[in-house]
Design a protein around this ligand. Structure first.
Ligand code: AMP
Length: 252
């Protein structure tokens, strides 16, 4: 018999404001232990409310992706150098002017939601450099993505010096970039001490250190897309299409 799968989403908030979220695709037998693990993770930010949602995943809806983007890991001696590398890649991929890209990165640095806080999800930017997400507080959240063999994949990544974060970010961005009209992605964490960020393209996951200043709690993601994108279809793919990834490119 096939294993039953569930899409699991955990959200934490304080006084009605989103603090953090985590999501997985899990087998029925591991559901409770993963709920506990994710709750423990989101509790670090001291929420007053945690919402847990799980929905069955239908086998026929799953999109299987053979391998992730190729990881390229670079550590720079200065933030300026690292940022320049990120902007160079984004400029080459999207054609957006360097000055506009720098502006967009600054918007993330200072909080991309209208009240200057972090957005819950990602900002979406087209080839003209315009923000086109439907809601500037929420942005769009990519959910329902995981590795088929999560534990095995994590072990492999850890043996190469990577972390749980790399696993989750790599899965998320691989799902994103699989969408034909998505061109690139930029990400810095909202955790103050986590200064590694990334830029992804159709081929590569450029893990870059440092992409933010230590001690800053502002972070976010930008999804760069084609002007011709069907935004409803894009939201539907990111939020609803279950995706399972077979392996990390180049590692086994
Ligand atoms: P994190 O990598 O979890 O530190 O998240 C960094 C930022 O990316 C957050 O502040 C959100 O703005 C955004 N973000 C987090 N999770 C998602 C997601 N699942 N989909 C889209 N954007 C996200």
């Amino acid at each position: 018999m096939r294993k039953k799968l569930f899409s699991l989403k955990v959200r934490a908030s304080l006084k009605g404001k989103h603090l953090s979220g985590a999501e997985r695709i899990v087998e029925e037998r591991e559901l409770l232990s993963v709920v506990e693990e994710l709750c423990r993770r989101v509790k670090r930010k001291n929420p007053d409310n945690i919402t847990i949602k799980y929905t069955p995943v239908k086998e026929e809806d799953i999109l299987y992706i053979e391998e992730t983007l190729q990881i390229e890991d670079t550590v720079y001696t200065s933030l300026e150098e690292a940022r320049k590398r990120a902007v160079d890649i984004l400029h080459k991929e999207t054609g957006i002017k360097m000055s506009r890209l720098e502006e967009l990165l600054k918007i993330i640095d200072t909080g991309a939601a209208p009240d200057g806080s972090n957005m819950r999800g990602a900002m979406i930017v087209n080839e003209n450099g315009e923000r086109i997400e439907k809601d500037r507080f929420r942005g769009v959240r990519t959910t329902s993505v995981d590795f088929i063999e999560r534990e095995k994949t994590l072990k492999i990544l850890k043996s190469k010096g990577y972390t749980d974060r790399t696993l989750d970010a790599l899965a998320l961005t691989t799902k994103n970039l699989h969408y034909p009209d998505m061109i690139a992605e930029y990400c810095i964490s909202d955790e103050s001490n986590y200064i590694t960020g990334y830029v992804s393209t159709k081929e590569r996951y450029y893990r870059i250190t440092p992409l933010k200043e230590k001690g800053k709690e502002k972070g976010g993601r930008i999804y760069f897309v084609k002007n011709s994108i069907d935004i409803e279809d894009f939201y539907n793919y990111l939020q609803n299409r279950p995706v399972l990834i077979k392996k990390v490119k180049g590692l086994s």
